[in-house]
Design a protein around this ligand. Structure first.
Ligand code: TYC
Length: 101
């Protein structure tokens, strides 16, 4: 049989790294009212009342608390919106993001 020049070779399919999720982190401060923090957690992150209060208390006692994890653009958008909601009412409430390990 003649050589057709179509030698079969295993197809190389590069493994794509799964994009890392990013944590949204709530930071404590001395001024934002507790009920306002809970309200923002419920509205922006869709936490239930009990979970929102637990997250708020953890941040209050430990200095920070992970709220949730999302793809990077969603985490950054939610953190900015939640921080802005506090600024709009004159509160220093701050949410940050960082990649998961
Ligand atoms: N520490 C605030 C207070 O005592 C309440 C608070 C809790 C603020 C958690 C921010 O992420 C926070 N009024």
């Amino acid at each position: 049989m003649s050589d057709t020049g179509t030698r079969l070779r295993p197809r190389v399919v590069p493994k794509l790294a799964r994009p890392r999720l990013h944590k949204v982190i709530l930071l404590n401060d001395d001024f934002t009212p507790r009920d306002f923090v809970v309200m923002v957690l419920k509205a922006e992150f869709r936490l239930g009342a009990d979970q929102a209060r637990r997250v708020m208390i953890t941040a209050h006692q430990k200095g920070a608390c992970v709220v949730s994890v999302y793809p990077r653009d969603i985490a950054e958008t939610k953190a900015a919106r939640a921080t802005d909601a506090g600024r709009a009412k004159g509160h220093p409430l701050t949410f940050t993001t960082e990649p998961e390990e």
